[in-house]
Structures are given as C-alpha cells and as structure tokens.
Design a protein around this ligand. Structure first.
Ligand code: NDP
Length: 496
C-alpha cells in the first residue's frame, strides 16, 4: 500500500474522463454545458464534467436500443457472455488502484476502504453474475400430455441505473452486474457528486470487449439526466438507489411514461438492539460504532438507532464512545484513516443542522458534534453520539446520512421490537444476543429486508438486499436480482 504522499502524486498525474460515454465513445453534452466536480478532501475542482440533459439521454437510449436489437450482446451465447464479463471483471481488478483513487478523490472515503470494499466489491459482483450466466436454466411447466408449457427468461432491453454517491461504482455494479449478465444494455447515471469512476469504467468495459452501446454513462443532474431517463418511452427499466423522496419520483415517472419496471433501494434508519444477555459487549460496541460511522455514516443501512437494554446502558455507551474516539476524521488518502470527509459541503451542512436539531429536541450530546479539519478546505464532521433520545425525535426518524448515532434505552424485548419497528423504513435491523431462541424470535418480528444477528454489516452477494416499507421495492444481489432484469415468456405448444 502506498503512502498518502504517493497517492497525492498519483492523483496529480490522473487524466479524468469527463464526457458522457455513448455508443462506445466519449462525447460532450449536446448543450456544451458542464459542471464542476469538486473534491471534498480539500475543496479542489478536479475537472468539469459534461452536464447531460434530455438530448444526451435520447442519444444514449438510441445507442443502447440499437445494441440490444442487434443481438450483439443480448443474443450472445451464454458462455461467451460469461467470458466477456469475466474479462471485464479482470480489467476492473487491473485498475483497482486507479478506480479506488477516483472514488476517494471524488467523494472523500478512505482509500483503504475504496480499494477493499468498493472496487473489490465491484470485481466480485461482476464475477459472480458472470459465473451465473451459464448455470441458470429455464422451466417447463407441469402441463398435461397434450401440451408443452415453456417458461423462458428474456432480457428486458434498455436498463437505466440511477445511482448515489456513497458507493458510486459498487451501487452501480449491484445493478449493471445482473443486468448485463441477463443480456440487457445499460445506461448509468452517476450522482453529480461522484461521476468520475463510472466515466472511467465505461472505457474499461469497452477495452474488455463489452460491445459499443451496451454500457453507456450519462453524467449530469438528477432533475435533468435522471428525470429524462425516468420519463423516457424507450427505457424498459430504472434501477435506482438513493433517497426515498427521489425513489417516489421514479414511480411517478413510470406512471407518466411507459410503465417501465422500477426497482428502488432507498433510505433506512437501522435499529441496532443490544440485549443484556449479549456476552461480548466489546464486539457489540465495535460493531455498533463501525455500523454507524463507517463511510462517515453515509450508508443506507447505517445502524443509526442504538437501542440498549437499560441495565447495560451506561457501560455500553462508554464502550461505543471509545470506538468513536478511534474513528476521528483524517486525510482520506492516508491508508491509516478510518473516517474520511463527507461527500460535499452541502451534506456536511445538512448533518450539522441535524446535530443542532437533536440538541434542540432535548437529546444529550455525549460525543463529537463539530466540524473539524477546517483548514483543509474539506468537509469533515466528528463521529457524534446522542444519548437520551426518544424515538419520536427527528434525529431518530429521519435519514441523516452522516456520522450521528441516536441512543435509545429500552426495558424489555417487547419494547425493543416496538421501537425498532416504529419507523417508515425497513432496510435493515440488527440485534445482539447470546440467546438463540431470542435471536430467531426477535428476527422474525423485525420488519426489515435484512436482519443481522451479532453483526451490523453481515451479508454478501449470495443473499438478497433491499427494503420493507419505504426502504424500497425489489432486491439487489443474489439470483433474485438477476430475475429482476428479465421478463418471463410463456410459449405454450399444443401437441397433436
Ligand atoms: P438523491 O436521492 O437525491 O440522489 C440519488 C440519485 O438520484 C442521484 O443520481 C441523483 O442525481 C438522482 N436524482 C436526484 N433527483 C432526481 C430527480 N428529481 N429525478 C431523477 N433523478 C434524481 O440523493 P442525494 O444525493 O440528494 O442525497 C440526499 C439524501 O438522500 C441523503 O442525505 C440521504 O439521506 C439520502 N440518500 C440515500 C442513499 C441510500 O443509499 N439510501 C444514497 C444517497 C442519498 P444528482 O446527484 O445528480 O442529483
């Protein structure tokens, strides 16, 4: 692993891809408009990026549709498509350092995590779906002897992925991995805060042999490029990750256009329940701290509501405070840094405003709460812990998307479950206990797409990920996600 100085030198010699990637080549926005891509590490402008609008989206959809209809990818033999995607995964692995550096510069996450979580995660996701391609069989229905009912999966066509800035490539890969494996053409709209890695990835895809028009990227603003994709009459599906508010827009866009498929992975307010029968409170404290402060709290499953049983409350909160102390914000390019910057100044101000709201609501600020490293010009906030939070407070109900923990005390299992489920969200829930019966019984009662027992970030590509309630519709990861990018055709053959 290089030093911060070496990463800075590498960064200074990077040449950023800053135009849209449509039909196999880089093109400026039709309007000629650009927007500044600013690094939250120090406020420096990295480059100016094409600001795509309806015309650019039209061009990308045309290219994606033409590639799809040509069959160059959609009808490729499964084994060949598998080999192409495996080459793509290998090419991403070859560019691990560069892509991770782009993520760190663009959104401020620590370089170590950008490599080991983000880019390694992209590689293994693409590999996993590539490997699945020639192992998925279609079905024959149990009809009578005078007919054959064939049920076959077909790709949808043109799939748009509208993704956020917290894991810019990884959130994309959870979508384009299965979508490409199923034979679709894709158009990726990265968040305006973090477009650089997706733009570079498009070129890597082309070099690895993904045919022109199959992998397109349109950078730009949500209200323009994102909306144009949502309303487009020739986009067959939008797979979205981001806020619940914008997720709802996509349901409207689909209704106002062509009834395209919509999958949504939206907000969360994860309850993290620590029962007094948990024997390893140190492990629980480490999991609780990492669960909320990892990626500066900018994680949809961040375990932001810590529910502690009353008789272990004091001891446990002290332990979590100690974990927070080890995670003070540092230089994201330093391999030793565990917490980097917020994605931008706006997000930092939003987080600071929630800290003020928490204090005004009467919660007790027991750790952090301040902006730090101001001299860098970047956007850094301390890991922050509130105690004596009531679950009805805004800091316990709204997705802050920053390093802010709300501690709530409960008396018994019944109360813990009630508080945990008292939210509009249902993405993830966590519980810590050494009682196997309790683990199963409580897990069943928690209304969440994922329940972690004695962990805060369990799960891998083999299991589905997505939300109950207003945390979303549909699932990423696993073969369930593959199915999402296909439609079923019944061919019913009468036998005489
Ligand atoms: P958004 O939900 O606004 O953005 C996610 C994606 O949707 C981005 O690509 C964005 O583009 C696009 N988008 C935004 N507005 C529209 C629109 N009107 N029509 C179509 N596409 C749109 O998240 P933000 O980046 O604004 O973050 C705000 C809050 O959302 C966070 O503080 C957090 O609470 C939550 N969030 C949740 C995430 C999750 O994983 N659950 C991820 C990110 C944010 P653009 O960036 O260009 O605006």
């Amino acid at each position: 692993m290089a030093t911060a100085e070496q990463y800075r030198n590498q960064a200074s010699s990077l040449s950023y891809r800053n135009q849209a990637f449509i039909g196999g080549k880089y093109v400026p926005a039709v309007s000629g408009e650009t927007f500044d891509c600013v690094s939250p590490i120090d406020g420096a402008v990295l480059t100016s990026v094409a600001s795509c609008d309806k015309e650019d989206v039209d061009a990308a959809v045309k290219a994606a549709r033409a590639a799809f209809e040509s069959g160059v990818w959609s009808e490729m033999d499964p084994r060949d498509r598998k080999q192409a995607l495996l080459r793509f995964a290998a090419a991403i692995a070859d560019h691990r350092e560069e892509l991770a550096l782009l993520e760190t510069l663009d959104m401020g996450k620590p370089i170590t995590f950008a490599q080991s979580v983000d880019i390694d995660g992209v590689v293994s996701t693409v590999q996993w779906y590539a490997e699945a391609i020639d192992k998925i069989y279609d079905e024959i229905a149990p009809t009578g002897r005078d007919a054959i009912g064939m049920i076959t999966r077909e790709p949808l066509g043109v799939v748009a992925t509208v993704v956020p800035w917290n894991f810019p490539l990884l959130m994309g890969a959870w979508k384009f991995g299965p979508a490409l494996a199923a034979g679709n053409s894709i158009i990726m709209k990265p968040a305006e805060q973090s477009p650089l890695s997706a733009l570079r990835l498009a070129e890597i895809a082309a070099e690895a042999g993904i045919p022109d028009g199959v992998f397109n990227v349109v950078p730009g603003f949500g209200e323009k490029a994102g909306q144009a994709l949502g309303l487009h009459m020739d986009v067959d599906m939008v797979a979205f990750t981001g806020s619940t508010e914008v997720g709802k827009y996509f349901l409207k866009y689909a209704a106002d256009s062509n009834m395209k498929h919509i999958s949504l992975e939206c907000g969360g307010k994860t309850p993290n329940i620590v029962f007094n029968d948990c024997k390893d409170l140190d492990a629980a404290a480490m999991g609780s701290g990492m669960g909320v402060f990892f990626n500066t709290g900018q994680v949809c499953v961040a375990s932001t509501r810590l529910l502690v049983q009353e008789d272990i409350h004091d001891e446990f909160v002290e332990k979590v405070k100690k974990v927070a102390e080890t995670m003070q914000p540092g230089d994201p390019l330093d391999p030793a840094t565990l917490m980097g910057s917020m994605v931008d100044v706006d997000q930092m101000e939003r987080v600071k405003s929630y800290i003020e709201i928490g204090e005004k609501e009467g919660a007790s600020l027991v750790q952090g709460g301040k902006q730090v490293r101001q001299n860098t010009g970047g956007a850094y906030v301390e890991p922050t812990i509130f105690d004596k939070v009531d679950n009805s407070m805004r800091i316990a109900q709204e997705e802050i998307f920053g390093p802010v923990l709300s501690t709530i005390t409960f008396r018994d299992e019944e109360e813990a479950v009630r508080i945990a489920n008292d939210t509009i969200y249902g993405l993830q829930a966590c519980l810590w206990t050494d009682d196997l019966n309790r683990a199963h019984k409580v897990a069943r009662r928690l209304k969440a797409g994922t329940v972690n027992v004695n962990d805060t970030d369990g799960g891998d590509i083999t299991v589905p990920f997505g939300g109950y309630k207003q945390s979303g519709i549909g699932r990423d990861k696993s073969l369930h996600a593959y199915d999402k990018y296909t439609q079923l055709k019944t061919t019913y053959i009468k036998l005489s």
